[in-house]
Design a protein. Structure first.
Length: 216
């Protein structure tokens, strides 16, 4: 019951313009089903094999988001069902997603991951690299991929001023891209510990796990 209560509390705080991605990584099917029965249909996983196994057992109207770092050689395992891929950080990955999506006659939505954190361990593209991808003629050949926005992960720190600066900087860049490209509509920033701040900074999609399901 606490999952339903947690979901309701979070949803009550979200503007209608913000999409909730329930991060279900490491959680068993039974737990995800509890959230689904409470009305949640968008779930995020960070490991492809785990997501594939869960997709087989759970209702088919669930929208699965791949939110973790993406290994190109594993795209083929989820290409037939994944709804949105958050962490695209290279042209080679886009090409592979397009290749695998084409095999299933699908168009897979993707977000380009921007590197906004100061930690070297965080993946992502520079703003210049993102602009180069969006202006590249290559995109005309990728008919089975649709770039719809950006994703970012802030630094792992208690300094909320720093996090706010990173989120705000990405949102400013996002707003510039929106003016240039009608397909750019989503900004995926914010997790359990900072989603309220992320929403203040322009997030349209928050990835929340522990605040829904409890600590891992």
């Amino acid at each position: 019951m606490f999952i339903k209560d947690n979901l309701e509390k979070i949803i009550d705080t979200l503007p209608e313009s913000v999409t909730l991605v329930a991060v279900s990584k490491t959680k068993p099917v039974k737990t995800i089903l509890e959230a689904y029965n409470a009305g949640q249909i968008i779930f995020g996983e960070n490991k492809i094999q785990e997501m594939v196994d869960k997709e087989k057992e759970l209702p088919k109207d669930i929208q699965w988001h791949m939110i973790g770092h993406l290994q190109r050689n594993k795209v083929k395992y989820m290409a037939h069902f994944v709804d949105l891929i958050h962490g695209v950080d290279s042209v080679k990955t886009l090409i592979e997603i397009n290749k695998q999506a084409k095999k299933h006659d699908r168009v897979i939505k993707c977000l380009l991951q921007a590197k906004i954190a100061q930690e070297d361990t965080k993946y992502g593209l520079s703003f210049t690299e993102i602009e180069d991808i969006l202006s590249s003629d290559l995109l005309n050949d990728l008919q089975n991929v649709k770039l719809i926005g950006l994703m970012g992960m802030a630094s792992y720190t208690d300094n909320m001023d720093q996090v706010k600066g990173e989120f705000s900087g990405l949102n400013k860049f996002f707003q510039q891209l929106k003016k240039q490209n009608d397909s750019i509509t989503e900004l995926s920033i914010g997790m359990s510990g900072d989603y309220s701040l992320a929403i203040e900074c322009g997030s349209t999609m928050v990835r929340i796990g522990s605040a829904i399901f409890g600590a891992r």
